[in-house]
Write a protein that binds this ligand. Structure first.
Ligand SMILES: [Zn+2]
Length: 252
């Protein structure tokens, strides 16, 4: 049995039989891990409030080769989720972002970049709660990219010519872009040069810097609807928008 000590973000926790809970953790070095927290439902649990979703903690757990669930031994809160969970809008949005993360990322696949990105997005929302829409878009774009589901938007998928800064492109069936010259039909779903540029800039900027970009609401909505279709196809969620809406109503 190995002892693992790692920083992590609590993604979700739910009740198990008796006094126990299961915590789903995004660890810095070991990917998404599911942990049994024995006695966590008791009032005087050693885990305290450290298993609240979106809390950043240092955790120690025991791992047996043959078991998928690990045994949580101790946690130490680095940053509480209090400022985040006090806003229903942010809570609902993160519930959705966590759902898609858990659906798209295989368990126990180490991905330090995913951890850094998620942690940076949480920090950005703490500092700029009003920018939740932009930060959420950034998270979706990066999650798709890290999961290998984002086609390159630098060039036309047919002629491979770099797309110019003034060219609109058509969105293909696999969400790849097609330039004006290669496009066979008029109409169809289009992305403007400015919208494409927002996506390219999300690759280079931190989420907090991205939140400061002047992105029109219309572009945020348009890109988010494209990303949600990508996510919907990859996860089998029939309609991600509807799921998000249900989340909002469920919490009211
Ligand atoms: Zn082309």
């Amino acid at each position: 049995m190995a002892v693992v000590e790692t920083e992590c973000i609590v993604l979700r926790s739910y009740d198990l039989a008796d006094a126990d809970k299961i915590a789903v953790l995004l660890t810095a070095d070991h990917g998404v891990v599911r942990a049994v927290a024995k006695g966590a439902k008791r009032l005087k649990s050693k885990f305290g409030s450290g298993l609240e979703p979106l809390t950043r903690v240092n955790a120690a757990y025991f791992k047996k080769e043959t078991r998928e669930l690990v045994d949580l031994d101790k946690i130490e809160v680095i940053e509480s989720a209090f400022s985040l969970v006090s806003s229903p809008e942010i809570l609902t949005r993160f519930a959705y972002l966590i759902d898609i993360l858990i659906s798209l990322v295989p368990a126990e696949l180490p991905d330090p970049a995913l951890y850094r990105m998620t942690n940076a997005c949480l920090g950005a929302v703490r500092n700029r709660p009003d920018s939740i829409e932009a930060i959420s878009l950034y998270f979706e774009a990066w999650l798709l990219r890290l999961a290998g589901l984002f086609p390159t938007w630098d060039a036309c998928s047919i002629c491979k010519v770099q797309l110019g800064s003034d060219q609109a492109s058509q969105i293909g069936a696999e969400f790849q872009l097609i330039c004006e010259r290669c496009r066979k039909s008029s109409g169809g779903d289009m992305v403007t040069a400015k919208q494409r540029d927002v996506v390219l800039r999300s690759r280079k900027l931190s989420p907090e810097a991205f939140a400061l970009e002047p992105i029109p609401d219309e572009s945020l909505k348009k890109l988010s609807s494209i990303f949600r279709r990508m996510i919907g196809r990859a996860t089998g969620f029939e309609n991600v928008d509807r799921a998000l809406q249900a989340g909002v109503q469920g919490r009211r």
